[in-house]
Ligand binder design. Structure first.
Ligand code: C5P
Length: 253
């Protein structure tokens, strides 16, 4: 299996940490790296979003890769196809494992992004990042029902390897496109604050729906004791998933 295939088939990876992404939504790389070190036993993927990338740029990706993380660069590209293609070409050389584009940009834009990533990675001699299409934001509960299917189909037709969607959208998305990896943000333990996430879900519900990768931010990063929060959250999954032999490796090393 190539590194790209490994990245897009997290279910087959024995290290469950590759299904757990920590969202490092801070404006300072020193702070991001501190959080990343604290939660490393439970997370294999570090998500760099608009805030951290605006503050630290590609250095954020490089530093987290050095720490042993796969990096999920969540810039949600959304522009005309030419701009997205050229930007994706630049991004591909940064060494992120996952890159997001907004599916609202349409099939041609997504395809341009996929091609740009492949072209940029080939030029830089690195593995092509996995292209993820963001379908409907987990904070948005005011989108007509037909939109999800349209965006999943656009992602599939454009050659994206996966999508980002709410837990409540996973089943429909998997029916439409079983081979797409589903990445699910808006994860909260039962009873925790939802903040601005209108369509939040517990990690157990997201996994039961078929989510491949869980994105966890404030439920861990805003906790007074982040290691404890991470341990409890992932520990609760280990308990539930021990029922299935193929999931025996769910507990972090
Ligand atoms: O703190 P919280 O767990 O809500 O963080 C969720 C993360 O996932 C944020 O970094 C946000 O940008 C990202 N995200 C999301 N919904 C999407 C796509 C990405 O919440 N549809």
């Amino acid at each position: 299996m190539t590194p790209a295939e490994t990245a897009v088939t997290p279910r087959k990876n024995s290290d469950v940490r590759n299904r757990m992404a920590i969202a490092l939504d801070v404006d300072d790389l020193v702070e991001a790296a501190r959080i990343a070190r604290e939660v490393r036993p439970w997370f294999g993927v570090a998500k760099v979003g608009l805030e951290l990338f605006s503050a630290a740029g590609p250095d954020a990706v490089l530093e987290l890769v050095d720490t042993g993380y796969r990096v999920f660069l969540d810039l949600k590209l959304h522009d005309i196809p030419t701009t997205v293609r050229r930007t994706a070409q630049v991004i591909a050389a940064i060494d992120a494992s996952y890159v997001t584009m907004h599916a609202a940009g349409g099939r041609a834009m997504l395809r341009a992004g996929v091609e740009g990533l492949a072209h940029g990675a080939a030029g830089a001699g690195v593995v092509t990042p996995v292209a993820l299409a963001v379908t409907v934001l987990t904070s948005d509960d005011d989108v007509p029902p037909h939109v999800l299917g349209k965006r999943v189909k656009a992602a599939l037709d454009a050659g994206c390897a996966g999508i980002v969607c709410a837990s409540s959208d996973v089943r429909e998305a998997k029916q439409l496109a079983p081979r797409l990896v589903t990445v699910v943000p808006g994860i909260r333990p039962a009873g925790a604050s939802r903040h601005d996430q209108a369509r939040a879900s517990t990690p157990q519900a997201a996994l039961a729906a078929g989510a491949d990768v869980l994105v966890i931010g404030r439920a861990v990063t805003a906790a007074a004791d982040r290691a404890k929060a991470a341990s409890e959250l992932v520990g609760s999954l280990a308990l539930e998933r021990r029922q299935r032999p193929e999931d025996a490796a769910v507990t972090p090393r």
